[in-house]
Design a protein around this ligand. Structure first.
Ligand SMILES: Cc1cc2nc3c(=O)[nH]c(=O)nc-3n(C[C@H](O)[C@H](O)[C@H](O)COP(=O)(O)OP(=O)(O)OC[C@H]3O[C@@H](n4cnc5c(N)ncnc54)[C@H](O)[C@@H]3O)c2cc1C
Length: 334
């Protein structure tokens, strides 16, 4: 049973999805937002956001509550605790299957985000364990941190921490060699402030006065050491929430949605926004920018399905001969 007749369905009510809802509603669309948990997404876990223009510092939950109030003022329908479990993208009307029924619309905006892989240990000082150096690094200037993960992200973020003035960084990598590019590893060594421990695992992080004690064990479990630090940054991977899209829109090797500069996926009528998109920087402002563009393009698609639904390569120029209805059975363009 189709339970609603919106013009556009937004999947995910993080900042990308809620921004898309604001722009969609203001463009005159009937917008339905489906959210499997509660509005706000990842931003709700930021204790203090210090890089959001217009606020020098704001709790993540306060920011998302403000956005939600704005969305609600525009008569957007928000269905929380409603998980999208499958998509049928083959026809021009995109059908969304949820645990609470089916919905359909001519345009779909996927804003399901990505989840950082958490450190698999219990700790009594979660407030000192971070997953974003750009966001949470500044208070650690002049202090010592441990970084978990010796891939490109771990090294990149360690260099960022040093640039912020962090005194020393110990990178802990479980493999015998770090997977990060040699150029990054050389750059890290050259700082004289980044040290690497391979074949090692972080086993425990406990509060120790005003600092934390990080227990690092070698892989064989034969040797263990307690390293004092002020905080821990974890970069052991991020998982895009794209299980429902596999085989339906183009994903990159890591599972992120491939979208062009106007947030079109390779399935006409399906747009993507926020952290779920394959890109370099994942921040509140970039997620909101994506949501803005996706909603405006979705509005164009709803009004002019043939022109608006044409494939737009990254340079933004329309390519001839692609129709919005031209999805294959799995939703992709032939
Ligand atoms: C610890 C931490 C701190 C951060 N601090 C900052 C900061 O200070 N400044 C900054 O700019 N950025 C910060 N970031 C990054 C920022 O939070 C993200 O870039 C941004 O919130 C991403 O928004 P989004 O809407 O794309 O995704 P999300 O916020 O992840 O939202 C996706 C939403 O989709 C929902 N969803 C997923 N799958 C489904 C489904 N199948 N059906 C229905 N709903 C679904 C999820 O429940 C979620 O609510 C931080 C990130 C982390 C991890």
């Amino acid at each position: 049973m189709i339970t609603s007749a919106p013009n556009v369905i937004v999947v995910g009510a993080g900042v990308a999805g809620m921004t898309a809802a604001i722009y969609g509603a203001r463009a005159g669309l009937n917008v339905l937002v489906l959210e499997k948990a509660s509005c706000g997404g990842l931003a709700n876990s930021s204790s203090n956001v210090e890089n959001f223009p217009s606020y020098q510092g704001i709790r993540g939950t306060e920011l998302t509550e403000r956005i939600r109030t704005q969305v609600e003022s525009l008569d957007v329908a928000i269905e929380e605790l409603t998980e999208v479990v499958d998509l049928d993208l083959a026809s021009p009307r995109k059908v969304v299957h949820t645990d609470a029924g089916r919905f359909a619309a001519p345009a779909l905006i996927v804003a399901t985000g990505a989840s950082p892989v958490r450190l698999p240990i219990q700790s009594d000082c979660d407030d000192r364990i971070h997953y974003c150096a750009l966001c949470d690094g500044p208070p650690y200037a002049g202090r010592e941190v441990v970084v978990v993960g010796g891939g490109n992200t771990g090294f990149d973020e360690s260099l960022h921490l040093v640039n912020l003035g962090v005194e020393s960084v110990v990178i802990v990598e479980c493999m015998k060699v770090c997977a990060a590019d040699q150029v990054l590893q050389r750059r890290a060594r050259a700082t004289g402030r980044i040290f690497v421990r391979t074949a090692s695992m972080v086993r425990a992080i406990v509060q120790d006065g005003s600092r934390v004690r990080v227990t690092i064990e070698d892989l064989a479990g034969a040797f263990s050491e307690d390293v004092p630090a002020d905080g821990v940054f974890v970069f052991i991977g991020q998982k895009p929430n794209t299980a429902i899209l596999k085989g339906k829109v183009a994903l990159d090797h890591a599972g992120y949605i491939v979208a062009d500069a106007l947030m079109h996926t390779d399935c006409p009528g399906v747009f993507a926004a926020g952290d779920v998109v394959a890109k370099k920087y994942r921040q509140l402002t970039t997620a909101m920018a994506d949501g803005t563009v996706a909603a405006l393009e979705a509005a164009r698609h709803v009004r002019e399905p043939v022109e608006g639904g044409r494939g737009l390569p990254a340079n933004g120029k329309e390519s001839a001969g692609r129709s919005s209805a031209a999805c294959t059975a799995d939703g992709r363009r032939p």
